[in-house]
Design a binder for this molecule. Structure first.
Ligand code: 7PM
Length: 278
């Protein structure tokens, strides 16, 4: 856990936990109703999340959904880069790009991205080189397997220890590639190759990752672990997601990645107020 993250043109103060709002720009996240384009919708969503108190907007153009078809480089660039540019032009907000492709990372950095969020922790060809010459923060997420098959039979000796070893290896690889430690953020990747039991154990022991001395990001919003635990469909998972967000922050998470920004900001305000008065 650190107190600050230094961004190119903005500073995110991590002395209190911050909310990262999810902005999906995948076709499956948008049903075309006519003249209203995905581009306009994305900008409106971004504005709402900023108003609601998000300090980071995470733009994703690749669906990591289990079984989702791969997105081509051209399609991902065409979805993400115009939205990134428009948000940077209109709002004063830190913008993160959720991608695993080196070409998208490079183009996003050129277009003013403030952060790269990679569910594959920069393991794809060319990713280390793509980010090494910039100075923006990088989120390294843990995933066991690949999105198409990762939920088949996830297996660990100990999920916390195994993820800790993975982080240590990726941190070393990054440092050897010329990326300073100060730029790194870690994320255990809830739901990415983990059973419900493993996800719950991970949340219960999340504070172990503070040993790394790096900012900790957690994404729990509307995930299957909430749905499976509560037997709720994706649109009925807000209460479960808020509870999980509170628990993650109590266990040391610095950044919470969510769909429902206003509700999460409210929940964290209650936690903060109570924590400051005990
Ligand atoms: C289907 C399955 C759709 C999973 C979307 C998802 C994380 C992330 C995602 C996370 C970081 C979701 C995921 N999850 N990046 N990207 N951490 N750093 O639920 O947990 O949003 S995609």
């Amino acid at each position: 856990m650190l107190n600050h993250l230094n961004y190119s043109n903005a500073l995110v103060d991590l002395s209190t936990p911050q909310v990262m709002g999810i902005l999906n720009v995948t076709p499956d996240s948008f049903s075309d109703g006519g003249k209203y384009t995905q581009f306009d919708y994305a900008l409106e969503q971004a504005e709402r999340m900023i108003t609601d108190g998000a300090s980071i907007i995470d733009i994703g153009g690749e669906s990591t959904r289990p079984g989702a078809e791969a997105v081509s480089e051209e399609d991902e660039l065409a979805r993400v880069i115009p939205v990134l540019k428009a948000i940077k032009q209109r709002f004063k907000i830190v913008v993160s790009i959720d991608t695993s492709k080196a070409s998208v990372m490079s183009a996003a950095i050129d277009a003013g991205a403030d952060m790269i969020n990679d569910v594959r922790a920069l393991q794809n060809e060319g990713c280390l080189a793509a980010v090494a010459n910039s100075n923006i923060p990088l989120c390294l997420m843990h995933m066991q397997g690949l999105p198409s098959t990762m939920q088949n039979s996830p297996s660990y000796d100990n999920v916390i220890n195994d993820i800790m070893v993975f982080f240590q290896q990726r941190i070393d690889v990054c440092i050897n590639a010329g990326i300073t430690r100060e730029r790194l953020i870690v994320d255990p990747g809830f739901g990415f190759g983990k059973t419900l039991e493993q996800n719950l154990y991970l949340l219960a022991n999340l504070s172990k990752f503070s040993q790394l001395g790096l900012p900790l990001l957690a994404g729990l919003s509307r995930k299957s672990m909430i749905g499976d635990l509560l037997n709720r469909k994706v649109e009925q998972r807000l209460a479960g997601s808020l509870s999980a967000a509170i628990l993650a922050v109590q266990q040391g998470a610095d950044i919470i990645r969510v769909h429902d920004v206003q509700a999460t900001v409210d929940a964290l305000k209650v936690l903060k107020a109570v924590t400051e008065h005990h």
